[in-house]
Design a binder for this molecule. Structure first.
Ligand code: ADP
Length: 224
C-alpha cells in the first residue's frame, strides 16, 4: 500500500580516497510520517549535510534505500528524478539562495516554473504564502531590498509553494540574530504542519523546537 512516510533503511555513503574509502554514513535508519519534525545535530564533519543531500536526492547513496511516498527516488532517471524532487521536496538553506534579479513573488514562483508554465492560481498562492510569512507589502521587492530575516521568509514561501511532502532545512536560522531566528522558526514550524520536516542545526534552541532530535555519531543517526 502506498504510504506518505519517509522510510530510510541502512543508508550508506562512502567517498573514494587514494587509500581506503571514507565511510560517512554506515547504516542510517529513519521512519518519519507527515507532520513529524526531526532536528539532526552533530559535530562538523559528522555527515549531516551528506545525509540531507541524499534525502534531497541531490546526491545518491552507496547502499541502502530511501522511500518517500512509496517511491524510491534513486530508481528514477534524469528528468523523472528532477520532477520528483521539484514536486516532493522543499529546501531551505542557511543562505537564502534567492535569485537576485527576481522579485520576492518571482522567487516564490520559481519551483512552479520548474514544473511547467505558471498559472494565475500559482500567482495567487504565491501572494498568499508571502502574506502568511508577513511579506504582503514586499512582493515586488528584490532580495537586495529585503532584510536577512525577510529574505529567509521568502525562502520559506518558495520551499512551500509545491506543497512538498518533505521539507529539508540546513541551518535555516544560522545567519539571523536570535529574535529574527525565533520569528523565522515560528513561521517554518507553523506553515509546515502537514509536511515531514528535517532540519540540520547547531542551535540547541531550534533543535528543541523541532521536538524530536537525533545525533549523527560514527555514521549512524542515534536518539538524543
Ligand atoms: P557535516 O555536514 O556534518 O559537517 P558533511 O556531510 O559535510 O558533514 O561531511 C562529512 C564528511 O564527508 C567530512 O569528513 C567531509 O570531508 C567528507 N565529504 C563530504 N563531501 C565529500 C565529497 N564530495 N568527497 C569526499 N569527501 C567528502
Amino acid at each position: 500500500m502506498p504510504t506518505a512516510d519517509l522510510i530510510v533503511s541502512e543508508l550508506r555513503k562512502e567517498y573514494p580516497t587514494p587509500t581506503q574509502p571514507l565511510v560517512v554514513l554506515r547504516g542510517v535508519n529513519l521512519l518519519l510520517s507527515p507532520g513529524e519534525r526531526l532536528a539532526v545535530v552533530g559535530p562538523s564533519g559528522s555527515g549531516k549535510s551528506t545525509l540531507l543531500n541524499i534525502l534531497g536526492t541531490l546526491d545518491s547513496p552507496s547502499g541502502g534505500s530511501v522511500h518517500l511516498g512509496g517511491v524510491n527516488p534513486f530508481s528514477l532517471l534524469g528528468k523523472e528524478l528532477a520532477r520528483f524532487r521539484s514536486r516532493t521536496i522543499g529546501f531551505i538553506f542557511q543562505d537564502h539562495h534567492l535569485l537576485p534579479q527576481c522579485t520576492a513573488l518571482e522567487n516564490v514562483l520559481l519551483p512552479r516554473l520548474a514544473l511547467g508554465k505558471t498559472t494565475e492560481e500559482d500567482r495567487r498562492r504565491s501572494v498568499e504564502l508571502l502574506g502568511q510569512v508577513g511579506l504582503a507589502e514586499r512582493v515586488t521587492h528584490l532580495p537586495a531590498e529585503l532584510s536577512g530575516g525577510e529574505r529567509q521568509r521568502v525562502a520559506i514561501a518558495r520551499a512551500l509553494i509545491n506543497r512538498p511532502a518533505l521539507l529539508l532545512c540546513d541551518e535555516p536560522t544560522g545567519n539571523l540574530d536570535a529574535k529574527t531566528a525565533d520569528t523565522v522558526a515560528d513561521l517554518l514550524l507553523s506553515l509546515s504542519r502537514e509536511t515531514i520536516l528535517i532540519g540540520v542545526t547547531h542551535s540547541a534552541h531550534l533543535a528543541e523546537r523541532f521536538g524530536r532530535r537525533m545525533q549523527m555519531a560514527d555514521g549512524e543517526l542515534v536518539d538524543g
